[in-house]
Design a binder for this molecule. Sequence first.
Ligand code: IMP
Ligand code: MG
Length: 179
Amino acid sequence: MMEHDIQEVLFSQEQLDRRVSELAEQINRDYADKEILLVSVLRGSFIFMADLARKITRPCRIDFMSVSSYGKGTSSSGQVQITKDLSEDISGLHVIVIEDILDSGNTLSYLLRILEQRHPASIRLCTLLDKPDRRKVEVAVHYSGFTIPDAFVVGYGLDYAERYRNLPYIGILKPEVYS
Ligand code: IMP
Ligand code: MG
């Protein structure tokens, strides 16, 4: 049972739903007269993206991109690689990058740098979770769901070694599972 590997539930389904609604309201207000391109960073943000997108009431395009970060471990290397690029050109579009979690900042600072070179009309970052204690590279965040302590979390899209993504809540993984 996946539940047995969870030390503590950090955010329940209800808490996630409420916070995602608030983020969507903020985005709806900020982009009232603009068409949005949501860029989901795979795979961790797929559930957050799906929930957020359904609460956005503005005209909205969707695209996906994948970058390598962790492999099977629990900390990133600083070496980031695009493993799947966007399907469409982003020049002139109002881009919001959707991430599951901002940790060291390595992945997102690299990704934002790459995307900025493609001349979007604007680019902002929306992350569900933020672990500021672990930051190594500064990244500007416009929309952030929850700030969390330095613990390894899974569920609602987030994995450990590709497991637990389907948990409907976010929980702290018991350290004995990965040590
Ligand atoms: P960063 O490059 O260190 O900021 O790493 C960001 C990526 O690492 C996220 O998109 C996640 O895929 C992964 N990650 C960081 N912390 C966690 C965690 O606590 N649980 C699951 N994945 C994590
Ligand atoms: Mg990720």
